[in-house]
Design a protein around this ligand. Structure first.
Ligand code: HEC
Length: 205
Protein backbone atom coordinates (compact mmCIF):
# COMPACT_ATOMS: atom_id res chain seq x y z
CA UNK A 1 0.00 0.00 0.00
CA UNK A 2 1.21 3.47 -0.78
CA UNK A 3 0.33 6.90 0.40
CA UNK A 4 -2.46 8.48 -1.66
CA UNK A 5 -2.37 12.21 -2.19
CA UNK A 6 -5.79 13.86 -2.28
CA UNK A 7 -4.59 17.24 -3.44
CA UNK A 8 -7.76 17.55 -5.53
CA UNK A 9 -9.90 17.33 -2.43
CA UNK A 10 -9.30 19.93 0.20
CA UNK A 11 -10.88 19.46 3.61
CA UNK A 12 -14.05 17.63 4.59
CA UNK A 13 -16.33 19.31 2.10
CA UNK A 14 -14.53 17.93 -0.93
CA UNK A 15 -14.73 14.30 0.21
CA UNK A 16 -17.13 11.79 -1.28
CA UNK A 17 -19.01 11.47 2.00
CA UNK A 18 -20.24 15.07 1.93
CA UNK A 19 -20.67 15.26 -1.83
CA UNK A 20 -22.64 12.04 -2.26
CA UNK A 21 -24.97 12.64 0.69
CA UNK A 22 -25.89 16.07 -0.63
CA UNK A 23 -26.82 14.92 -4.12
CA UNK A 24 -29.81 13.55 -5.99
CA UNK A 25 -30.11 9.95 -7.17
CA UNK A 26 -28.99 10.72 -10.71
CA UNK A 27 -27.23 14.09 -10.52
CA UNK A 28 -25.60 16.63 -8.26
CA UNK A 29 -27.70 18.85 -6.00
CA UNK A 30 -25.95 22.23 -6.04
CA UNK A 31 -28.69 23.84 -3.96
CA UNK A 32 -28.55 21.19 -1.24
CA UNK A 33 -24.75 21.29 -1.12
CA UNK A 34 -24.83 25.09 -0.98
CA UNK A 35 -27.50 25.28 1.71
CA UNK A 36 -25.62 22.80 3.88
CA UNK A 37 -22.38 24.77 3.70
CA UNK A 38 -24.19 28.03 4.45
CA UNK A 39 -26.13 26.68 7.40
CA UNK A 40 -23.57 24.35 8.93
CA UNK A 41 -20.23 25.99 8.10
CA UNK A 42 -21.08 29.70 8.05
CA UNK A 43 -24.07 29.55 10.45
CA UNK A 44 -26.17 31.65 8.06
CA UNK A 45 -29.90 31.41 8.65
CA UNK A 46 -31.41 30.64 5.27
CA UNK A 47 -35.12 30.00 5.69
CA UNK A 48 -36.66 27.07 3.82
CA UNK A 49 -39.04 27.96 1.00
CA UNK A 50 -41.80 25.95 2.71
CA UNK A 51 -41.65 28.32 5.70
CA UNK A 52 -42.47 31.15 3.30
CA UNK A 53 -45.04 29.17 1.32
CA UNK A 54 -42.90 29.29 -1.81
CA UNK A 55 -43.63 26.46 -4.19
CA UNK A 56 -40.30 25.09 -5.39
CA UNK A 57 -40.41 23.56 -8.85
CA UNK A 58 -37.35 21.47 -9.73
CA UNK A 59 -35.75 22.48 -13.05
CA UNK A 60 -36.93 20.33 -15.95
CA UNK A 61 -34.56 17.62 -17.20
CA UNK A 62 -32.71 18.73 -20.35
CA UNK A 63 -29.91 16.55 -21.75
CA UNK A 64 -28.55 19.49 -23.77
CA UNK A 65 -27.67 21.47 -20.62
CA UNK A 66 -25.37 21.02 -17.64
CA UNK A 67 -26.88 20.71 -14.17
CA UNK A 68 -25.54 24.16 -13.38
CA UNK A 69 -27.23 25.71 -16.40
CA UNK A 70 -30.55 24.16 -15.41
CA UNK A 71 -30.31 25.22 -11.79
CA UNK A 72 -29.05 28.70 -12.65
CA UNK A 73 -32.39 29.54 -14.28
CA UNK A 74 -34.11 30.10 -10.94
CA UNK A 75 -31.68 32.83 -9.96
CA UNK A 76 -32.96 35.05 -12.78
CA UNK A 77 -36.20 35.57 -10.81
CA UNK A 78 -36.04 38.38 -8.23
CA UNK A 79 -38.00 36.45 -5.58
CA UNK A 80 -35.78 33.40 -5.89
CA UNK A 81 -32.60 35.44 -5.99
CA UNK A 82 -33.11 36.80 -2.50
CA UNK A 83 -31.93 33.39 -1.25
CA UNK A 84 -30.37 31.66 -4.21
CA UNK A 85 -27.81 34.40 -4.85
CA UNK A 86 -26.30 33.26 -1.53
CA UNK A 87 -26.92 29.54 -1.84
CA UNK A 88 -25.99 28.79 -5.45
CA UNK A 89 -22.37 30.03 -5.61
CA UNK A 90 -21.47 27.70 -2.73
CA UNK A 91 -23.25 24.81 -4.45
CA UNK A 92 -21.97 25.42 -7.98
CA UNK A 93 -18.37 25.46 -6.78
CA UNK A 94 -18.69 21.67 -6.24
CA UNK A 95 -19.73 20.94 -9.83
CA UNK A 96 -16.33 19.38 -10.53
CA UNK A 97 -17.62 16.43 -8.50
CA UNK A 98 -20.53 14.35 -9.75
CA UNK A 99 -23.39 13.07 -7.60
CA UNK A 100 -21.20 10.28 -6.24
CA UNK A 101 -18.37 12.68 -5.47
CA UNK A 102 -16.20 11.50 -8.37
CA UNK A 103 -14.07 14.09 -10.12
CA UNK A 104 -15.38 14.96 -13.57
CA UNK A 105 -14.44 17.30 -16.38
CA UNK A 106 -17.75 17.24 -18.23
CA UNK A 107 -21.44 17.16 -17.37
CA UNK A 108 -23.90 16.03 -20.07
CA UNK A 109 -21.05 16.33 -22.55
CA UNK A 110 -20.27 19.97 -21.71
CA UNK A 111 -17.26 21.20 -19.73
CA UNK A 112 -18.17 21.72 -16.06
CA UNK A 113 -18.10 25.23 -14.70
CA UNK A 114 -17.18 25.45 -11.02
CA UNK A 115 -16.09 29.10 -10.97
CA UNK A 116 -18.13 31.19 -8.54
CA UNK A 117 -18.28 34.59 -6.91
CA UNK A 118 -19.38 34.69 -3.29
CA UNK A 119 -20.99 37.98 -2.27
CA UNK A 120 -22.67 37.52 1.08
CA UNK A 121 -21.17 40.57 2.77
CA UNK A 122 -18.73 38.44 4.78
CA UNK A 123 -15.00 37.75 5.04
CA UNK A 124 -15.21 34.91 2.49
CA UNK A 125 -16.49 37.19 -0.28
CA UNK A 126 -14.50 36.80 -3.48
CA UNK A 127 -14.07 34.86 -6.70
CA UNK A 128 -13.09 31.18 -6.55
CA UNK A 129 -12.13 28.73 -9.28
CA UNK A 130 -13.76 25.80 -7.50
CA UNK A 131 -14.71 24.30 -4.15
CA UNK A 132 -11.07 23.61 -3.28
CA UNK A 133 -10.27 27.30 -3.49
CA UNK A 134 -13.43 28.10 -1.55
CA UNK A 135 -12.56 25.54 1.14
CA UNK A 136 -9.18 27.21 1.52
CA UNK A 137 -10.90 30.56 2.15
CA UNK A 138 -13.37 29.00 4.60
CA UNK A 139 -10.50 27.45 6.54
CA UNK A 140 -9.04 30.85 7.41
CA UNK A 141 -12.28 32.76 7.86
CA UNK A 142 -13.03 34.28 11.31
CA UNK A 143 -16.75 33.89 10.51
CA UNK A 144 -16.32 30.15 9.99
CA UNK A 145 -14.19 29.86 13.12
CA UNK A 146 -16.90 31.44 15.22
CA UNK A 147 -19.54 29.26 13.52
CA UNK A 148 -17.43 26.23 14.39
CA UNK A 149 -17.39 27.24 18.07
CA UNK A 150 -21.15 27.72 17.91
CA UNK A 151 -21.57 24.21 16.50
CA UNK A 152 -19.32 22.77 19.21
CA UNK A 153 -21.61 24.41 21.75
CA UNK A 154 -24.73 23.06 20.06
CA UNK A 155 -23.34 19.53 19.88
CA UNK A 156 -21.94 19.55 23.44
CA UNK A 157 -24.93 21.16 25.10
CA UNK A 158 -27.39 19.20 22.98
CA UNK A 159 -29.31 22.41 22.54
CA UNK A 160 -29.94 24.79 19.67
CA UNK A 161 -32.68 26.98 18.30
CA UNK A 162 -34.66 29.74 20.00
CA UNK A 163 -34.77 28.18 23.47
CA UNK A 164 -30.98 27.99 23.66
CA UNK A 165 -30.23 31.28 21.91
CA UNK A 166 -29.33 33.15 25.11
CA UNK A 167 -26.99 30.43 26.40
CA UNK A 168 -25.42 30.15 22.97
CA UNK A 169 -24.68 33.88 22.82
CA UNK A 170 -23.17 33.93 26.29
CA UNK A 171 -20.99 30.95 25.36
CA UNK A 172 -19.87 32.78 22.23
CA UNK A 173 -18.98 35.93 24.16
CA UNK A 174 -16.80 33.87 26.51
CA UNK A 175 -15.14 32.13 23.54
CA UNK A 176 -14.49 35.49 21.84
CA UNK A 177 -12.68 36.65 24.98
CA UNK A 178 -10.00 33.98 24.40
CA UNK A 179 -6.80 35.11 22.65
CA UNK A 180 -7.23 35.02 18.89
CA UNK A 181 -4.54 32.37 18.42
CA UNK A 182 -6.53 30.03 20.67
CA UNK A 183 -9.81 30.57 18.86
CA UNK A 184 -8.84 28.32 15.97
CA UNK A 185 -8.43 25.36 18.30
CA UNK A 186 -11.18 22.83 18.85
CA UNK A 187 -10.04 22.29 22.40
CA UNK A 188 -10.48 25.98 23.21
CA UNK A 189 -14.16 25.83 22.29
CA UNK A 190 -14.62 22.75 24.48
CA UNK A 191 -12.70 24.30 27.39
CA UNK A 192 -14.83 27.46 27.16
CA UNK A 193 -17.93 25.32 27.34
CA UNK A 194 -16.71 23.25 30.27
CA UNK A 195 -15.74 26.39 32.21
CA UNK A 196 -19.14 27.97 31.76
CA UNK A 197 -21.97 27.75 34.26
CA UNK A 198 -24.02 26.25 31.44
CA UNK A 199 -21.93 23.13 31.89
CA UNK A 200 -21.47 23.08 35.66
CA UNK A 201 -24.94 24.15 36.80
CA UNK A 202 -28.37 22.73 36.30
CA UNK A 203 -31.59 24.34 37.38
CA UNK A 204 -33.76 21.94 39.41
CA UNK A 205 -36.69 20.75 37.28
C1 HEC B 1 -36.25 31.98 1.60
C2 HEC B 1 -35.16 31.55 0.78
C3 HEC B 1 -35.52 30.93 -0.58
C4 HEC B 1 -36.27 31.48 -1.58
C5 HEC B 1 -36.91 32.86 -1.63
C6 HEC B 1 -36.30 30.49 -2.64
N1 HEC B 1 -35.59 29.39 -2.26
FE1 HEC B 1 -35.30 27.74 -3.38
N2 HEC B 1 -34.50 26.81 -1.77
C7 HEC B 1 -34.15 27.43 -0.59
C8 HEC B 1 -33.61 26.45 0.32
C9 HEC B 1 -33.09 26.71 1.72
C10 HEC B 1 -33.65 25.22 -0.37
C11 HEC B 1 -33.18 23.85 0.14
C12 HEC B 1 -34.31 22.97 0.52
C13 HEC B 1 -34.98 23.37 1.79
O1 HEC B 1 -34.30 23.75 2.79
O2 HEC B 1 -36.23 23.31 1.83
C14 HEC B 1 -34.21 25.49 -1.68
C15 HEC B 1 -34.40 24.54 -2.64
C16 HEC B 1 -34.78 24.82 -3.93
C17 HEC B 1 -34.82 23.84 -5.01
C18 HEC B 1 -34.59 22.35 -4.87
C19 HEC B 1 -33.18 22.02 -5.11
C20 HEC B 1 -32.95 20.55 -5.06
O3 HEC B 1 -31.99 20.16 -5.70
O4 HEC B 1 -33.68 19.79 -4.38
C21 HEC B 1 -35.19 24.50 -6.14
C22 HEC B 1 -35.35 23.93 -7.54
C23 HEC B 1 -35.41 25.89 -5.76
N3 HEC B 1 -35.15 26.03 -4.41
C24 HEC B 1 -35.84 26.86 -6.62
C25 HEC B 1 -36.35 28.07 -6.19
C26 HEC B 1 -37.11 28.96 -7.02
C27 HEC B 1 -37.48 28.70 -8.49
C28 HEC B 1 -37.45 30.02 -6.24
C29 HEC B 1 -38.25 31.24 -6.62
C30 HEC B 1 -39.63 30.95 -7.01
C31 HEC B 1 -36.88 29.79 -4.92
N4 HEC B 1 -36.24 28.59 -4.93
C32 HEC B 1 -36.97 30.66 -3.86
C33 HEC B 1 -34.30 28.76 -0.28
C34 HEC B 1 -35.10 29.62 -1.02
Amino acid sequence: MGRVSLSNRRGLLNQGAFLAVHAHATETAPVLRGVTVLRRVTCSDIPSPTELNINVVPPVPDPSKTTRERFAIHSTDAECRSCHDYIDPFGFSFERFDGMGKIRETDNGHPVDSAVTVAMGADVDGAYADSNALAQALSTSPMVRSCFARQVFRASAGRSGKGAAESEESFLRAWEAAPEAEQGKIVEALVTYVKSSLFSHRRPQ
